[in-house]
Design a protein around this ligand. Structure first.
Ligand code: PLP
Length: 453
């Protein structure tokens, strides 16, 4: 145990009792943990009263800032009614109202809401629904139960969602537990896997998916995709029209389209849902993160009436979707999610994000000039800054150099919290971040990249 951690009993207890996610605990134990006690607007405040800009929106969940009075009130008001009752065989007013509101806002054609508690599980539910759907609508046909997805996709950490993901570092160890899938190259224009250049490539990267669907559609239950931005892969932004082409192909080959809006949903890209940029309605849509504005763990899988209807029947036909969790439809989460959606209307959040995204793009221009910045990818309030050892050759920094981590450490000292994705610095500020805070955030990042690389 370090000297600094023994000074604070909480730090010592953290070191003694906790195990943090995605964290090398040996390194964690050697350092003093940053204990966040409070939040206000775009800031997180630590146990010593130091303020940090929340440059990751607390891992992409916070939308309207910390301690938003409308969200605080909604939560306490619901607490006076009830904190939780089961959703198995019972229902509750906030869950009903929220489902109605989500359907109003979702891409046209999505008509049913199935609740769960986190993004991975919302994806897991979509996969299970897809497999059971095909069993029930074509019981005599051959099994349609495999999935196609993009390489470098990240859909969560449960076994199903890891199976349809492909980030080597996170997923390789669990291969013995995973089901086989079909993977195709992603639209990663900066390092095009086909060696082509956009737009003259004519989006040739879609061709392997088309060939796969053509040959394997009889066994494919669905294609799962992060719409517009492959977030954990390093904020890889797909070229315009890519998602619409995937939709077209899925329709043509009778394969379900599952859109994972866990990271992109709720205004992050400038529309309520990213697939709305391309007028796409998926067959299943997973949402979480921003659903409660960063207040409570809640998730949902939205689907069409056609899919829902395939699960109807007499009890002993066993068409029921046998899936659910103890905290499904939690009233506190649903109440705060409803208030979250109200803020979108009251504060014109989407129009504000679109306007401030343009400011953010302007602020990032000098960052793009830095000698070790290879690529800046932005879609609304999702930004990935890829650092490279050599800009001409695009040679990446070896991962063990931990360049992203070192930049983030320097930002932290200067009052900005970030969580890098390998060599990519992810900037995902709360949608409510003010222009002068955005300016400060980018200035800190600029100096940290300049001095670290
Ligand atoms: N899907 C996407 C696209 C994500 O980015 C994430 C998390 O980052 C998840 C699913 C998993 O969500 P959760 O961490 O809530 O399980």
């Amino acid at each position: 145990m370090t000297r600094s951690s023994t000074r604070l009993p909480l730090a010592a207890w953290d070191h003694r009792y906790l195990w943090h996610p995605f964290t090398q605990m040996e390194e964690w134990e050697a350092d003093t943990p940053l204990i966040i006690e409070k939040g206000k607007g775009s800031y997180l405040i630590d146990a010593q009263g130091r303020k940090y800009l929340d440059g990751t929106s607390s891992i992409w969940v916070n939308l309207h800032g910390h301690r938003h009075p409308h969200l605080d009130r909604a939560l306490t008001r619901q607490l006076r009614q009830i904190a939780h009752s089961t959703f198995l065989g019972l229902t509750n007013p906030p869950a009903i109202r929220l489902a109605r509101e989500l359907i109003r806002l979702a891409p046209k054609g999505l008509r049913r809401v199935f609740y769960s508690d986190n993004g991975s599980t919302a994806v897991e539910v979509a996969l299970k629904m897809a497999v059971q759907y095909w069993q029930q609508i074509q019981p005599t046909a051959g099994p349609k139960q495999s999935f196609a997805h993009l390489k470098m996709a990240y859909h969560g950490d449960t076994i199903g969602s890891v199976s349809v993901g492909n980030i080597e570092l996170f997923h390789a160890r669990f291969k013995p537990l995973l089901f086989p899938t079909h993977q195709v190259e992603p639209p990663y224009c900066y390092r095009c896997p086909l060696g082509r250049t956009y737009p003259s490539c004519d989006m040739a990267c879609i061709d392997p998916l088309e060939r796969l669907l053509e040959t394997r559609h009889r066994e494919l239950a669905g294609v799962i995709i992060e719409p517009l931005v492959q977030a954990a892969a390093g904020m890889m932004v797909a070229p315009p029209g890519y998602l619409a082409r995937v939709r077209e192909l899925c329709t043509r080959y009778n394969v379900l389209l599952i859109v994972d809006e866990v990271a992109t949903g709720f205004g992050r890209t400038g529309k309520m849902f990213a697939c709305q940029h391309e007028g796409v309605t998926p067959d299943l849509m997973a949402i979480s993160k921003g659903l409660t504005g960063g207040y409570m763990p809640l998730a949902a899988t939205l689907t069409t009436e056609a899919i829902y209807r395939a699960f109807l029947g007499r009890y002993d036909e066993w068409k029921t979707f046998f899936h659910g969790h103890s905290y499904t439809g939690n009233p506190l989460g649903c109440a705060v999610a409803l208030a979250n959606l109200e803020i979108f209307r009251r504060e014109q959040t989407l129009a504000q994000v679109r306007k401030k995204s343009r400011l953010l793009a302007r602020l990032l221009q000098p960052v793009a000039e830095l000698p070790h910045v290879g690529d800046i990818r932005q879609c609304g309030f999702m930004v990935g800054i890829e650092l490279v050892e050599n800009r001409e050759t695009k040679a990446p920094y070896p991962l063990e150099r931990r360049i992203g981590h070192r930049v983030a450490q320097m930002c932290r000292v200067r009052g900005l919290l970030l969580r890098p994705l390998g060599n990519v610095i992810a900037l995902v500020p709360p949608l409510s971040m003010r222009p002068r805070e955005l300016t400060k955030m980018v200035a800190i990042l600029h100096s940290a990249i300049r001095e670290t690389t």
